[in-house]
Write a protein that binds this ligand. Structure first.
Ligand SMILES: Cc1ncc(COP(=O)(O)O)c(C=O)c1O
Length: 337
């Protein structure tokens, strides 16, 4: 990929890109999703998934006229609760990942929820929702005039089998957000995209034009050349999947041996682990960082119920993970004794 960055640097690609995205990059994305019957007018290239999520939130704030609230599943990825805070909307963290459809529908109605964020595999807990659950969620949203925002940034990074997302022929109630940040390990490039129903596309493009204008032009061009020559990053993604799965297994086995509880994950970037004996995760994380220079995120960042949880990021090279594990094991043994 870096070879394409060097190649485009000396070419005439240093002015604004089209607001909707570099045309060849758009073509690569549309080809990748050609089995889903999306129309080019439904696609917008954005500054990562983050811009796409906030664009949709701004748009829905603008088009929903009644009071409404936002929901995501607990533990919650930070954008899903901070976006409602910024837009002065109530936020609810739904605590049952293995939800019952009827109970969830009642909860949505009782709390006037009109927007649901969902990620699968998740962050921080790498939970994967089943096909049935995903379809139930979509149905519940459609029946209650609510909107499901699918955040698919980890979808390619599954360990056992591909992830199901209710993305086919996007209904008016479903938005689909993805990005190259995680899939190609380029979080700093800020290139993502959004697919939505045609009904929403024009206003979303309008907001994007006057807030972000366009995504970095040379990097979009470099990415489009890479995707074209590398079958949308197929080999890189396959290697990353294997690496993540093996780091997940290694890290979770070590943690379980130390007394942590590690719920099983089926993909993604993280190990979500419960400390033994209700140890405070924040204090543990601070001390681990001070003593061993290993940074982990305390669970309280994602959930009021997760004071004794930690999130470990395993998206690093093998040797770095091995060194990190060694330090975590040594430090945990001392801390727990
Ligand atoms: C669930 C989830 N969505 C979105 C993002 C941000 O993605 P991007 O870099 O494409 O803005 C992250 C980054 O950690 C994430 O974990």
């Amino acid at each position: 990929m870096l070879q394409y960055v060097a190649e485009v640097a000396s070419e005439n690609v240093h002015q604004y890109a089209p607001g909707i995205g570099n045309l060849s990059l758009r073509q690569e994305i549309l080809t990748h999703y050609s089995h889903l019957n999306y129309d080019e007018s439904q696609l917008l290239v954005t500054q990562g998934a983050t811009e796409a999520l906030s664009l949709v939130m701004q748009y829905l704030r603008y088009v929903i006229h009644d009071d409404f609230a936002v929901m995501a599943f607990d533990p919650v990825y930070e954008s899903y609760k901070h976006l409602p805070r910024i837009f002065k909307l109530p936020f609810y963290a739904y605590e049952k990942l293995d939800f019952e459809k009827e109970e969830l529908e009642q909860y949505i109605q009782n709390n006037k929820i009109r927007v649901i964020f969902i990620n699968s595999p998740g962050n921080p807990f790498v939970y994967v929702f089943s096909e049935q659950q995903m379809n139930d969620l979509r149905e519940v949203c459609e029946r209650n005039d609510a909107y499901l925002i699918i955040d698919a940034v980890y979808r390619e990074l599954w360990y056992e089998e591909p992830i199901y997302l209710p993305e086919k022929e996007l209904s008016v109630n479903v938005f689909y957000v993805n990005s190259f940040s995680k899939m190609l390990s380029i979080t700093g490039w800020r290139i993502g995209y959004l697919f939505c129903h045609k009904k929403h596309a024009e206003v979303l493009r309008d907001i994007h034009d006057y807030i972000g204008l366009c995504v970095n032009a040379p990097l979009q061009e470099a990415l489009s050349r890479y995707l074209k020559s590398e079958s949308f990053g197929k080999m890189y993604v396959e290697r990353t999947r294997k690496l993540l799965k093996s780091s997940y297994e290694q890290m979770s086995n070590e943690l379980v041996n130390l007394g942590y509880e590690v719920p099983k994950a089926y993909g993604g970037y993280y190990v979500w682990a419960k400390l033994p004996d209700k140890i405070d995760g924040f204090q543990f994380a601070m001390n681990l960082y001070e003593d061993e220079s290993v940074a982990v995120i305390p669970g309280m960042h994602f959930s009021d119920r997760a004071n004794d949880y930690l999130r470990f990021n395993i998206a690093r090279p093998k040797n770095e993970i091995a060194k990190g594990i060694e330090k975590v094991v040594k430090f945990s043994r001392q801390y727990f004794s």
